[in-house]
Design a protein around this ligand. Sequence first.
Ligand SMILES: [Zn+2]
Ligand SMILES: [Zn+2]
Length: 319
Amino acid sequence: MKLRFWGTRGSIPVALTAPAIRDKLIAALTTAVGQALDTPEKIARYVDSELSFDVRGTFGGHSSCVELETGGREHIIFDLGSGARPLGQSLLQRHGPNNPQTYHVFMSHVHWDHIMGFPFFAPVYIPGNRVVIHGCHAVLEEAFRRQQAAPSFPVDFSQLAATIEFDRLQPGKRYSIAGVDLIPKLQRHEGDSYGYRVEANGKCLVYSTDSEHKLGDNDERQDFIAFFCNADIVIFDAMYALADAISVKADWGHSSNIVGVELCQAAGARCLCMYHHEPAWNDARIEAVLQETRRFEEITRSGDRLEVISAYDGLELDI
Ligand SMILES: [Zn+2]
Ligand SMILES: [Zn+2]
């Protein structure tokens, strides 16, 4: 299976600014001083092998949207943040305009940053396409309809050309949809959110964003260890650093890199993928937190190594 990340930023999309690009150029050119970078090939090699990701790239700015490619006919998507816009463009390119498709979307919750890409998801404007929006919230359909109602958006939900269906799921129940087995789980977040444990082709992925973990709540901890158990990858809300998560930002509904490592280690997961990045953090800060988290994993490791990565817009992973 292949995972593609289209939006990895939390709460609100952000864009790279001119001063931020200038800082990257200065950092890249400073380390290039004295090197014989006199051909495009040598420069490309230098960029790829000697510059850190926060200098040569960016974690990106779209809000939550992840695509899971299973090899089956039907598409699977988690959340419809602003990353749904480039995802829609990519899907149209891959399948062409006259080739109806079925899209299954699994919603963590209906906060704005997770639904705002839907009106810009091009497949909803094409007759013959079918979009099934799955989720556990009673207000699921209402939230999507309301976001497109006047005066907030020029195209009303009722004018969408594709067939849009809503499917209410129950937390804790196992479903077989689009070739995968899937269980939703209730998470602590304002207005509730739901994570998904997905199993297919002998692999397991957990999508767990917008989820706060209370330190000291052992029942909840055991629940999440079972939910993450032996997962090949856990996409985890690591919006805050631990000090923020337990002090100023307690009860804001998000978790930290440290809690992510502890839960994944206890669950025997293979890879922790930090996700829903704090919009106030620049690329250097996200990279620094990634390096700190890897060090923390190393010094607290008692069993197998847990791989730690930070999701970015455009990241593709084979699982
Ligand atoms: Zn969010
Ligand atoms: Zn939220």
